[in-house]
Design a protein around this ligand. Structure first.
Ligand code: TXA
Ligand code: MG
Length: 337
C-alpha cells in the first residue's frame, strides 16, 4: 500500500479515506495519532494489527466537540462541565462510563468505560467533522517505539501499512495527553501529561490523586496501556541527575562507551560527547517537546553505545516528562560508586 502524505489543506481527501475504512494518521498538540473511524470495528481492528498493539489496551475516541460524546456516555461526573470548559480542546483525555453497546468492544477493550478527548488541532478537528464520526487514535508509532511527534516519525514506522498521514508539522507538547478517570467518585490521574495535577487542582479546588501505580511501582495501573513497557529505544538509556554529569561521563570514557547526550543547552554546553540531541532551551516545556524525537534520533543514528538523559523534578510538567523518560530508561539512573 502506498502511504500518502497529505498537506494540511487536503483534509477532504484524508476524510474520504477514513470514511472508506482506511487508516489515516492525524496531528494533535501532543503526538500524532493513528486514526480510524471509531464506528467501524473492522477498521479499528486494523489499528491494533498495524501497531502491533495488545488487544486489551483500549483506545481514545477523539471528538470534534463535547456534544459528540453524548451518544456514548451513560453518566457524567458532576465536575465534567467545569473540566471540559477549562481544558477542552486540549491535552486531557476523560474516562466516562458508557452506554452498553454504544461502542464496539474493539475500541473499549471490553470495558464498561471509554476514553474521550477533543484535541487542540484545527486540522484534526476539521478531519473529524469531515469524516462525520469520532476517530480512534492511539499514538501512531509501532508499539514499543517512542510516540511520533512529526509526520516523518509516523512515516518511518508505518509507511506501506496505512493509507495516509495528515502532516501538520511538529507537535507542540511532545508527550501524550493526561488521562483523567471520571468514571468513579474521585477524579484520578491515570497518566500524567500537560494538563498537570497542579493545574487540575487549581481549577477544581480539590485534591486530584494519582493512580496508585504512579506513586508505587508495584501496583497495577488502572489504564491498561500503562502496564506495557513503552517508549524504549534499543540503545540503553541512563538518567543523569544534576550533580552527576561529570562522573557519568568519566565512567563512560573509562569504559570506552560512546555517549549520546540528551539534555538542555545548560548541560550540553558544558560537556563533550560522541553525539547529542540538545533541547531548544532550558525549560521543561522544551525538554518534553524534544524527548521522543531526541530518543529516536540518538537511537536510530547508531553512533552511540549509551544515551545519557537529563532528569527534571517530578512535579508540574516534569511529572509527565519523567514518567516517559523512566520507561525509556527502564528506571535506571547513573549512580556514583
Ligand atoms: O495524546 C494522546 O492521548 C494521544 C493522541 C494521539 O491523542 N493518544 C494516545 O493514545 O496516547 P494511546 O492509545 O497511546 O493511549 C491511551 C491510554 C492508554 O494508556 C489506555 O490504556 C488508556 O488511555 N485508556 C483508554 N481507555 C481507557 C479506559 N476505559 N480506562 C482506563 N484507561 C483507558
Ligand atoms: Mg501510545
Amino acid at each position: 500500500m502506498e502511504t500518502i502524505v497529505f498537506q494540511s489543506d487536503q483534509i477532504k481527501q484524508a476524510a474520504a479515506l477514513l470514511r472508506q475504512g482506511e487508516l489515516v494518521a492525524f496531528p494533535t498538540e501532543t503526538v500524532y495519532g493513528l486514526g480510524a473511524d471509531a464506528l467501524l470495528p473492522e477498521s479499528v481492528k486494523q489499528v491494533f494489527a498495524v501497531k502491533g498493539r495488545p488487544s486489551d489496551n483500549p483506545l481514545i475516541v477523539h471528538v470534534a466537540d463535547f456534544s459528540m460524546t453524548k451518544n456514548f456516555v451513560e453518566s457524567y461526573h458532576p465536575l465534567t462541565e467545569k473540566i471540559v470548559k477549562n481544558f477542552w480542546p486540549g491535552p486531557l483525555t476523560l474516562i466516562f462510563s458508557i452506554k452498553s453497546g454504544s461502542l464496539s468492544p474493539v475500541v473499549t477493550g471490553g470495558l464498561s468505560t471509554a476514553a474521550f478527548r477533543m484535541p487542540d488541532n484545527k486540522k484534526t478537528l476539521s478531519l473529524i467533522e469531515e469524516t462525520g464520526a469520532p476517530l480512534v487514535g492511539p499514538s501512531a508509532n509501532t508499539s514499543g517505539k517512542p510516540s511520533p511527534t512529526t509526520a516523518m516519525h509516523v512515516y518511518h514506522d508505518l509507511k506501506g501499512k496505512i493509507a495516509g498521514i495528515l502532516d501538520d508539522g511538529a507537535t507542540e507538547i511532545g508527550v501524550e495527553s493526561t488521562v483523567l478517570d471520571l468514571s468513579g467518585k474521585i477524579p484520578t490521574i491515570l497518566r500524567p501529561g500537560a494538563v498537570t495535577k497542579e493545574k487540575l487542582e487549581e481549577v477544581l479546588g480539590i485534591e486530584v490523586p494519582l493512580d496508585k501505580h504512579l506513586v508505587k511501582e508495584s501496583e497495577t495501573p488502572k489504564a491498561p496501556g500503562m502496564k506495557y513497557k513503552h517508549y524504549s529505544p534499543d540503545t540503553q538509556v541512563l538518567m543523569i541527575r544534576a550533580g552527576d554529569w561529570e562522573e557519568a561521563l568519566e565512567w563512560a570514557e573509562a569504559n570506552d562507551k560512546k555517549v549520546g547526550l540528551l539534555a538542555t543547552p545548560r548541560i550540553a554546553d558544558q560537556y563533550q560527547s560522541a553525539d547529542r540531541f540538545v533541547f531548544e532551551d532550558d525549560s521543561i516545556e522544551a525538554a518534553t517537546r524534544g524527548l521522543f524525537g531526541g530518543l529516536r534520533a540518538l537511537d536510530e543514528a547508531n553512533r552511540t553505545d549509551i544515551i545519557f538523559a537529563e532528569v527534571f523534578p517530578e512535579d508540574h510538567l516534569g511529572l509527565a516528562y519523567m514518567n516517559r523518560l523512566k520507561k525509556a530508561a527502564a528506571q535506571k539512573y547513573f549512580t556514583k560508586k
